[in-house]
Design a binder for this molecule. Sequence first.
Ligand code: APR
Ligand code: PHB
Length: 389
Amino acid sequence: MRTQVAIIGGGPSGLLLGQLLHRQGIDAVVLERQTRDYVLGRIRAGVLEEGFVDLMAEAGVADRMEKEGIRHDGTVMAFGEHQVHIDFTRHAGRPVMVYGQTEVTRDLYDARAAAGATTLFQVEDVTLCDLETGKPYVLFRHEGQEKRIDCDFVAGCDGFHGVSRKTIPDNVRTEFEKVYPFGWLGILSETPPVHDELIYSNSERGFALCSMRSHTLSRYYVQCPLTDKAEDWSDDAFWAELKRRIPSEHAANLVTGPSIEKSIAPLRSFVSEPMRWGSLFLCGDAAHIVPPTGAKGLNSAASDVYYLYHGLLSHYLEKDGAGLEAYSEKALARVWKTQRFSWWMTSLLHRFPDQGPFDLKMQVAEMAFLAENDDAQATLARNYVGLPY
Ligand code: APR
Ligand code: PHB
């Protein structure tokens, strides 16, 4: 088999890149290790920057998002009973779109299927070969047979646990990592959201987040020790803990109900440099991870897709390789700014196990400054709605 771009991984990065390329007549094959249902069963964040929304429109898959997504003009940052409203539209000139990553992924799979583009599921033992020669190929097993795809480029969109990043030799690759000493216990419930905007809350019992997927589906989180097990948390215990961690005005409005999903996620900041090696280009979680505070995971993946897509377009349509040459540098410049924002939000909003009285005073002072300073609010708003590509 031959294609122009072999895309490893059928998560949002690989699917979005594949769809954008398809619309430009550039051939790409997506190789996914899992089944479609497995990929769609993963619950992830649901706040999309406008840059992401624009890319979905360019890929021709924005119709359902435009209908069912909810635009948010701001968010609430709470510290105990104290609340600061961050007005995105006033400070940054644009809102964000609340639309679940699961729905984004479903729309992309449907568009890919409708376009007749090739996606192979349940591929095993993907091996990337001859990445330095300009004639790369990919070996894998599918439906019990050994297969080979020859290609011009490989897009490594296979997430944090994929093979692509690990194919780059150790002496070329530098990894930067910070692991946080707590997790997020999250639940999804078929209840109306407690508020019409998201609430990020630092309370003396730890962080909490009130989010949503729609007007009838809520997503809530509480910071928890990494030793906790989701199955040990009853729904009642979760709701009681959440109520204690958000301002009483909102706690009084909270509608509770049975959870339809409950899980614990660890928090990690991670970047691998460079994001290109020979014909291999890393995109999204394959190259970097953020803690979820600020919802930058998917959005950070989208900016990589943007740079790679434009690099490939210039290469194929204008015979200009400059965009691909600059890919790693350009993508990493934005990745690090997004890392900084996610780390800052995480540091400001969580209670750390080794946090002393001084560290707490720093959080209090930072929040007080945010409450009274328009520039600080504008900085938060501009980062939250997304830095320019
Ligand atoms: N071969 C083929 N596919 C693989 C392999 C492999 N060896 N390893 C992993 N994959 C697949 C995974 O099954 C997954 O579907 O690659 C896909 C990677 O998808 P994601 O992990 O969702 O990563 P990405 O597409 O970059 O999306 C980034 O999703 O993970 C969230 O928080 C993240 O929101 C961010 C966004
Ligand atoms: C979510 O809805 O899952 C969500 C929203 C905002 C975040 C993180 C997660 O910062």
